[in-house]
Design a protein around this ligand. Structure first.
Ligand SMILES: NC(=O)c1ccc[n+]([C@@H]2O[C@H](COP(=O)([O-])OP(=O)(O)OC[C@H]3O[C@@H](n4cnc5c(N)ncnc54)[C@H](OP(=O)(O)O)[C@@H]3O)[C@@H](O)[C@H]2O)c1
Length: 305
């Protein structure tokens, strides 16, 4: 049976939300985990997409271990460059639109204000380089495509900064968190809703003028990791009974294998102007995610324990 959307990386934060929200709505979805469909395998990609014959392909699969990528560049490039290239080749052959997810880490963070889609890219690490190579492979293909660059993703399923903070906050009364990197927290659920709206336009052949190409897509507003952590504890405190203090430290005081941009705030105005889509303020989305995650009844709460 033809599916409305084929989803790769279905066990990831975003892939999981996408599958959940697609099937909870009137759309039909075929979702593939890495075990079901390894996007680095060109033959498997071609066979699977041909058999499923979806109206739109959404690629959420990625090598996302930013620090580990520094010592595993071949693995990062295989998934983040060759995977999207395989998907784009098959989508072009079968005339199926492709939505692909990319990252704020294509920028070097030296711009004093928000990055637009027109700004020059200059990744600081292997992860960003490999994601940029994936974008370029799609652009070089004949596939009809939309590339959404997002940032600082967290969801109820999978690993992320919010869950790490909650876990650390259970045991520690004071935390030291980097306070000189600026970015835009983005809730996987809101990203999934956005992707589904765009996929609806693509599958019905109703893409707006200039609706193809690259778009920035994050939660509205920006913050630092340190203030993000403080907000997590403020919002979670009434439920957890734990509000640890958070002190800001510099990037230099918390060295990591991969360099990260000091500013990766994305200007999402093009998405609003073109598709009429604006994600809600990141604090609102965070409150919803925390309510779900901390609720005793949810699978997410069990996953945390
Ligand atoms: N997380 C962030 O903060 C962030 C920020 C900016 C942009 N993004 C982008 O947003 C997208 C979604 O990220 P996410 O946070 O949902 O990532 P995630 O939770 O790490 O999920 C990625 C998924 O891709 C799967 N995968 C890895 N290699 C694969 C392969 N060769 N074939 C098929 N699947 C494979 C993983 O499988 P396993 O479950 O088996 O490992 C995992 O389920 C990615 O494109 C990412 O680059 C993320």
């Amino acid at each position: 049976m033809t599916a409305d959307v084929l989803i790769t990386g279905a066990n990831g934060q975003l892939g999981w939300e996408l599958q959940r929200r697609a099937t909870a709505s009137s759309r039909t979805a075929r979702a593939f985990t890495r075990t079901d469909l390894n996007i680095t395998d060109a033959d498997s990609v071609a066979r699977t997409i041909e058999a499923a014959s979806p109206k739109v392909v959404v690629n959420t699969a990625a090598y996302t271990a930013v620090d580990k990528a520094e010592t595993e560049p071949a693995a990062a490039f295989a998934v983040n460059r060759d995977g999207p290239a395989n998907l784009a080749t098959t989508c072009a052959e079968l005339n199926i639109p492709l939505i692909h997810i990319s990252t704020d880490y294509v920028f070097d963070g030296t711009k004093p204000d928000a990055y637009s889609e027109e700004d020059a890219v200059a990744p600081l690490g292997v992860y960003g380089e490999s994601k940029l190579a994936g974008e370029n492979a799609i652009r070089a293909s004949d596939a009809e495509h939309v590339i959404l660059r997002t940032a600082w993703v967290y969801g109820v399923h999978g690993h992320n900064f919010v869950k790490t903070m909650l876990r650390l906050g259970e045991k520690q009364d004071a935390l030291r968190i980097v306070g000189d990197q600026h970015g835009c927290p983005s809730f996987a659920g809101d990203l999934a809703d956005t992707i589904l709206k765009i996929s609806d336009r693509m599958r019905s052949g109703d893409v707006p003028a200039n609706g193809h190409g690259t778009f920035h897509c994050t939660g509205e507003g920006s913050t630092t990791w340190c203030d993000f952590a403080r907000t997590i504890f403020e919002l979670a405190g009434p439920t957890t009974g734990r509000v640890p203090t958070v002190d800001g430290i510099t990037t230099a005081e918390y060295p990591t294998p991969a360099r990260r941009p000091a500013n990766s705030v994305l200007d999402c105005g093009k998405l609003t102007r073109t598709y009429g889509i604006t994600l809600r303020p990141w604090q609102e989305a965070l409150a919803e995610m925390l309510q779900f995650t901390l609720s005793e009844d949810t699978g997410a709460a069990k996953e945390m324990r």
